[in-house]
Ligand binder design. Structure first.
Ligand code: MN
Length: 302
């Protein structure tokens, strides 16, 4: 790479009826940031009328799903028997390990607006067959930097440590401002990073390069070696700062599965579609999602 950064644009798609999703990872030019291997920004969307968000039971292997709620409510149910309402400022972390299934839906009693970030974290090889687990984090460390209110989602940031349990060196920070804000953020040089703008427009300054203004849906990737970035908003905005040690393992990602070989992904697909693994999600009214057939070749993360 001639420059230490890369500007990427999320792809927009619709989930169900009228829910706009911006998918920033995986990107064809950037599959992962550390162990972060999937990043969807959903909404803000009006869920006051209609059925709201309804994602029927589906399985996962080899990853942790990380749900960061910005506005509204999401009801999680899984095959371990957890039923957890997720509220703004909270995180649901589901560790799939060897296999789990879950559903996500808007509860009947709900706010008119829904907005969340849905991320996946690839599990390292020595953890990817661990038993499944679910954890709800109702309170995360917060602080203020130059007019941004920060919420530490994962890892360490300044003097703070997130309680969210992950299995590789990782960082996740939400920064939000309601008016103009400007600050400088110290970065770990051994981490690669990504700054994803969720709302508003943020001017990002990488030392030695001209400032770049990113609008919602844009992600700036920063290679390891970057010590600091400057952030500036002229009005209300929100962004996500992600980071991690470059993930050395070659990862295959297909549908809701993260694996290492096509065979294990084909096996998981077969097991889900034939109902021979992944347990049962109780309480969700509606159909499960069917796994699509596995292509002859799955593109790797490298
Ligand atoms: Mn899921």
């Amino acid at each position: 790479m001639t420059t230490p950064f890369q500007l990427l644009e999320a792809r927009s798609s619709m989930l169900g009826e009228g829910m706009l999703i911006r998918r920033a990872l995986p990107h064809r030019e950037r599959r992962m940031i550390g162990a972060w291997c999937f990043l969807d920004h959903a909404g803000p969307v009006d869920v006051g009328n209609g059925s709201g968000m309804r994602v029927g039971p589906h399985p996962h292997i080899g990853l942790q799903t990380f749900s960061w709620l910005i506005e509204g409510e999401v009801l999680h149910r899984d095959s371990l028997g957890y039923e957890q309402l997720l509220l703004p400022g909270q995180v649901n972390l589901m560790t799939a390990g060897q296999g789990i299934s879950h559903s996500e839906e808007s509860p009947v009693q709900r706010s008119p607006k829904l907005q969340l970030a849905q991320l996946w974290i690839a599990l390292p090889d020595h953890k990817r067959h661990m038993p499944p687990a679910f954890e709800h984090y109702p309170v995360l460390p917060r602080c203020a930097i130059g007019g941004y209110e920060t919420t530490l989602l994962v890892g360490e940031f300044g003097p703070q440590t997130s309680p969210v349990q992950v299995f590789s060196p990782l960082l996740g920070v939400d920064l939000a401002c309601t008016q103009a804000a400007s600050g400088s953020i110290h970065l770990r040089e051994d981490f690669e990073h990504g700054v994803m703008v969720l709302e508003g427009a943020t001017q990002i300054t990488v030392p030695g390069f001209p400032p770049q203004t990113l609008e919602a849906g844009k992600l700036l990737y920063l290679a390891p070696g970057c010590k600091e970035i400057g952030l500036s908003n002229t009005g209300a905005g929100r962004l996500l700062l992600l980071g991690g040690a470059p993930f050395e393992e070659d990862v295959l990602l297909w549908w809701n599965f993260v694996g290492r070989t096509r065979d294990e992904i084909a096996e998981a697909t077969e097991a889900w579609n034939s109902h021979t693994a992944f347990g049962e999600v109780r309480g969700y009214v509606g159909d499960s999602l069917a796994a699509p057939s596995v292509p002859a070749e799955i593109k790797s993360s490298k």
